[in-house]
Design a protein around this ligand. Structure first.
Ligand code: AHM
Ligand code: MG
Length: 347
């Protein structure tokens, strides 16, 4: 008990580090932590309740929503609404921005972009899923906050984090001063500091990519995958291939053990699959803060122009030297070259 530190205690301790230390950001992080605990409770009992399965509605990307996605979205929005520090929410599950401003009693200066339940295809099979969030300070100074306030480059984030609902539940976040991880102790219902000052190894031996799409990958990505599979004692190859299909879980593992996670452009997804505002940017901020690297194959993710709420981007993220190596293959092959595909085997 002596050196136990809860998320709440830690946030208060670090409050003076924040650029506008009026306690608003601390309260916002605390609100997100509370919503995460509520979502965690439902995730844990998902197999027991009639909450599994598809809710019938589809999100704006045309993907079928599951009940827990809808539930998580509602919980985070409602925690942010009652907390009063957030004027605008952008969520993967909502086509448009959600204004909270008219409903809060005082000026709220923060924008939250969120993927309430990432890896949703893993919900009903008991595989780790996550929540990803990103916090910006509002730019506009008059009137109601607008979409423009959300469309800030990733480099403008004041905080970002994720929650992983796995074999244990963890909340990992950064405010630009390193990365800290908290594990939920279910017996006291508190996130407790368990992974202070997280650092990603510069090199790793894990590559994470959906290899089922191999035939649709650009030439440089194919070559990098082959490089990972070649035997070479000096670089500990062949590497291990690990792909859960929940970005949060794949990146969390790679953050701790070292590794690279790649979701590239493909023939069928010319901009990649993952969303810049609430998936790539927050993860890039966290991984950079942990000493890693995140690019779209050539450009830093955090410097990309954001023009649309649900904009997609390819992503190469993880141990710095592994990401750099993958970039070299892309550059040599010509970033978007799809030719020289290996023959597709048919039945
Ligand atoms: P989601 O937000 O609809 O759950 O999609 C994002 C997820 C990521 O967590 C994961 O890395 C990726 O989609 C997996 O996609 P794929 O099944 O194409 O490999
Ligand atoms: Mg997602």
């Amino acid at each position: 008990m002596s050196n136990l530190k809860t998320l709440g205690q830690f946030i208060i301790e670090k409050q003076s580090d924040f650029p506008y230390s009026k306690g608003e950001l601390s309260r916002l992080l605390r609100d997100i932590g509370i919503a995460a605990k509520i979502v965690n409770r439902e995730v844990n009992k998902a197999g027991l309740m009639d909450i599994l399965g598809e809710s019938g509605s589809t999100n704006i990307q045309g993907e079928t929503q599951q009940k827990l996605d809808v539930y998580a979205n509602e919980q985070f929005i409602s925690a942010l609404r009652s907390g009063g520090e957030c004027c605008l929410v952008a969520s993967e599950e909502n086509e448009d921005i959600i204004r909270l401003e008219e409903e809060v009693s005082k000026d709220a200066n923060y924008i939250v972009a969120i993927d309430p339940l990432d890896g949703s295809s893993n919900i009903d099979v008991n595989v780790a899923i996550g929540t990803i969030f990103s916090i910006y300070r509002r730019k506009s100074t008059t009137g109601l906050a607008t979409l423009k306030d959300v469309l800030q480059k990733g480099v403008e984030q004041v905080a970002a984090g994720y929650v992983i609902y796995g074999s244990s539940t963890m909340l990992v976040y950064t405010t630009g001063k390193g990365v800290n991880g908290f594990t939920l102790d279910p017996s006291i219902g508190e996130f407790c500091l368990s992974h202070p000052n997280m650092k990603i190894p510069q090199d790793g031996v894990i590559y994470s990519i959906n290899e089922g799409n191999y035939v649709h990958f650009p030439k440089g990505v194919k070559q990098y995958i082959k490089y990972c599979q070649v035997e070479d004692k000096a670089t500990n190859r062949p590497y291990a291939s690990r792909y859960i299909g929940s970005m949060v879980a794949d990146l969390h593992r790679n953050l701790i053990k070292g590794g690279v996670f790649i979701y590239p452009v493909t023939f069928s997804a010319p901009n990649g699959k993952l969303r810049l505002v609430y998936e790539c940017n927050p993860m890039a901020f966290i991984i950079e803060q942990a000493g890693g690297r995140a690019t779209d194959g050539s450009r830093r993710i955090l410097d990309l122009e954001v023009t649309e709420l649900h904009q997609r981007s390819p992503i190469f993220i993880g141990s710095a030297n592994m990401v750099k190596r993958a970039e070299e293959f892309l550059a040599t092959a010509g970033n978007l070259t799809f030719h020289d595909a290996e023959p597709v085997l048919t039945a």
